[in-house]
Ligand binder design. Sequence first.
Ligand code: HEC
Length: 319
Amino acid sequence: MKDDNLRMYLIAITSLGIMWGCSSAFAAEKRCTAGGEKVECPTQTDAQVQQAAKAFEKETDDYGKGKGGSAYGIAPFDYLTGVGKKASSEKGGFTDTKTGKTDSGYGTTGSLRTELWDRVKNPTPGAGVYDQWVNNWSPKFGETLVAGADPIQGKTYYYSYCIACHGWTMHGDGPNAVDLNPRPRTLTRGAYMQKKTNLELFNVIKGGGESVSLSSSMPTWGNVLLDQDIWNVIAFIRAMQDVPPPKSVEDYLHPKSTFKPIKGDVDALNASKSKDFKEMQELVESDMPGRAPGSELTGGGFVEGGNRINASDVVLKVK
Ligand code: HEC
């Protein structure tokens, strides 16, 4: 994907989000369930989502004008490192706000060095930039909190399909959040997420908000992501529990989750033997486009393309 195409792609997911955001007003009532109890949904404040939307707009606008900025908007590496932004003068002049050190703009002060620094002077062509970013310049995980699921794979789906609403670091402040009512969930909120079972997360991701009596602004992903992909996304979500917005590159690359697997919960390894899982999946699928009788998408097949890979191609790199 060329940079421009990538940008268009991001804009496309942004506007799709707006389309999906056919908002209906919900008061701050207790609509969400965690551990079977009705609770207030964890979301960002209006001010926070407005600020996030403005930052995104500015970044993409700057990028479009060739003023640096970033096709990725408010990606963490942008605000942490200034990657993609032009140095204030050709000869250098980017000042690290923390250390006060002036950098040439290409990562000579050690901690600021990233493989993406060279993007301004010597851009990586096409899809390479995206691959570099997703594979090298994003959180790293050495283990999984969901048996049989790979948070590293999950991360790539999350970046493709979820950031526009849920935000780069899952804080519910993606560029579309401002247009959505109810707001997208802050997926890192431990007090809430620790009580939410994998089964509940699986259902809402696969079947969409409406399948669990939440807003239809939360799309149905079951025709885009295979079940194993959804498990991988859940592993990524679990890996980010209570992880605050990063203050340093180190924070960002090595998030520390507080999540403890819930006793007796379904996971990617035992799902095929779980009666609860089977029942819930039948219910969720009975309402899904292509699966529900008479619905538009014929054949019940998956939408081809995108970032999806076959379950058989999923190699679990983590224990
Ligand atoms: C178009 C915007 C949008 C996109 C894209 C989106 N979501 Fe959501 N999501 C929402 C909204 C809005 C809610 C809150 C629904 C409500 O409160 O009724 C939500 C809620 C959720 C919830 C919480 C459900 C609960 O019970 O608390 C999870 C989990 C979730 N989304 C995961 C994802 C994942 C994973 C992806 C990507 C595969 C994704 N979302 C993509 C808008 C979106």
